[in-house]
Ligand binder design. Structure first.
Ligand SMILES: [Zn+2]
Ligand SMILES: [Zn+2]
Length: 335
C-alpha cells in the first residue's frame, strides 16, 4: 500500500495525500431521531481513555496548582504576575506548536503517513511575512496570539480577584464543577462558528482574517497565526466565565482548548503515529477543507451549524462541487 494512503481514501483529488473515511461525520447530538448510543460513543471517544480533552483538563489543573499566580496577587494590575502569565503561555505555545512542527515537518518522523495535503509548507513566497510560511505563522502566533490570549486571562483573573463574576470552588458544587468541562466545548464551538462567519464578511476578511487564510495548506504554527483583530474576536468567548459560575481551572481549560486545539487541528496530519501503531488524534480534515476552499466548514465537527446553513463540505467530490457552486453564487452577489 502506498505510504499515506489507507483504505478510506475515496477521492479523486490530487490535492490530498490522504483523507479520512468520507463523507466526514459530524457530532450526532442533533441527529433526528436521536440515537443515545451513538451520542455516548462519540462522547467517550472524545474524553476517554487518554484524549486531547482529558489531557487539557489535567494540564489546566497542573497550571492552576503550580504555574498560576495566587489570586490575591491579581487584585492590582502589577507587571510581575501579568508577565508570569505571558511567559508561561509563550512557553506553552513554543513547546506544543514547536514540538509538533519539529516532529512532523522538520524531522519528518512519520513522513507523509496520514498527512492530508500532498504539498509541503511554503518557502520563498512573498505572500508570507519574511517570505516563509513557518516564520510568518510563528510571528503572528507569538506576537499577537500569546499577547491576546494572556490579556484575556489577566482580565478574568483580575476580575475574579476583585469579586467580579461568580467564582466557586470544587467543594461548593462538585457536580457543576465537573459538568462545566463537558458543557464549555459546546459554547466554544457555538461562538467559534458565528465569530468565524463574521470574519468572512468581506471588510473584516480583508482587514483581519486574510492573515489566517494565507495558509491554504496548514501546519501546527498556522492554528494561531492570525491578525490581532481576529485574536481579540476569536478568543473573546472566554469572557463567558465572567457571567457563569466557574473556577480559574475552567478558564485555563477553556483557553488551552482554544489555543492547543488550534495547533493540533491545523497540524496537517490526521494523527501522530507512535512506533507505527499508537495514534494520538491531531488534525481535522473538516477544517483543512476550510483552508483549501474557504467558503465551507466555518464551524467544527462538534456543531451542526454548517449542515443547517448549507455550508458543510463533507470531503467528497460531490461536496466539493456543491461548495464550488455556492462560491460562484457568492461571487455573483458581490460583483
Ligand atoms: Zn484555521
Ligand atoms: Zn476562515
Amino acid at each position: 500500500m502506498e505510504k499515506g494512503k489507507e483504505p478510506g481514501s475515496k477521492i479523486n483529488n490530487p490535492t490530498w495525500n490522504y483523507t479520512p473515511d468520507l463523507p466526514i461525520k459530524t457530532a450526532p447530538y442533533f441527529n433526528w431521531p436521536p440515537d443515545p448510543k451513538h451520542i455516548i460513543r462519540w462522547l467517550i471517544e472524545r474524553w476517554f481513555p487518554i484524549t486531547e480533552r482529558g489531557l487539557l483538563v489535567c494540564l489546566a489543573i497542573f497550571i492552576w496548582v503550580f504555574a498560576a499566580p495566587a489570586l490575591e496577587r491579581c487584585k492590582t494590575l502589577e507587571i510581575g504576575w501579568m508577565a508570569e502569565i505571558y511567559f508561561r503561555n509563550f512557553m506553552i505555545m513554543c513547546l506544543v506548536a514547536g514540538g509538533a512542527h519539529l516532529y512532523l515537518y522538520t524531522f519528518s518522523k512519520q513522513q507523509k503517513l496520514l498527512k492530508f495535503d500532498a504539498k509541503d509548507l511554503k518557502k520563498n513566497n512573498s505572500l508570507f511575512s519574511f517570505k516563509n510560511q513557518v516564520w510568518d505563522n510563528m510571528f503572528w502566533s507569538l506576537a499577537s496570539g500569546v499577547t491576546v490570549w494572556s490579556m484575556y486571562e489577566i482580565i478574568i483573573m483580575w476580575g475574579f480577584a476583585n469579586g467580579y463574576g461568580f467564582m466557586f470552588d470544587f467543594s461548593d458544587n462538585r457536580v457543576w464543577f465537573v459538568a462545566l468541562f463537558f458543557l464549555l466545548p459546546f459554547w466554544q464551538a457555538f461562538a467559534f462558528y458565528w465569530i468565524h462567519r463574521a470574519l468572512h464578511w468581506p471588510p473584516l476578511y480583508r482587514i483581519a482574517h486574510v492573515v489566517h487564510h494565507r495558509n491554504t495548506n496548514i501546519g501546527p504554527w498556522s492554528g494561531n497565526s492570525m491578525h490581532p483583530i481576529e485574536h481579540v474576536l476569536w478568543l473573546s468567548s472566554v469572557l463567558i466565565h465572567l457571567v457563569i459560575a466557574s473556577h480559574p481551572i475552567h478558564v485555563l481549560f477553556f483557553q488551552l482548548s482554544q489555543v492547543i486545539s488550534a495547533i493540533t487541528n491545523h497540524s496537517g496530519f490526521e494523527s501522530i503515529m507512535v512506533r507505527d501503531k499508537n495514534k494520538i488524534a491531531m488534525g481535522d480534515f473538516f477544517h483543512q477543507l476550510h483552508h483549501r476552499y474557504y467558503e465551507c466548514n466555518y464551524g467544527s465537527i462538534e456543531t451542526h451549524w454548517d449542515k443547517l446553513f448549507g455550508t458543510f463540505h463533507d470531503g467528497t467530490d460531490e461536496g466539493l462541487e456543491i461548495t464550488r457552486r455556492r462560491k460562484r453564487e457568492m461571487h455573483k452577489r458581490t460583483i
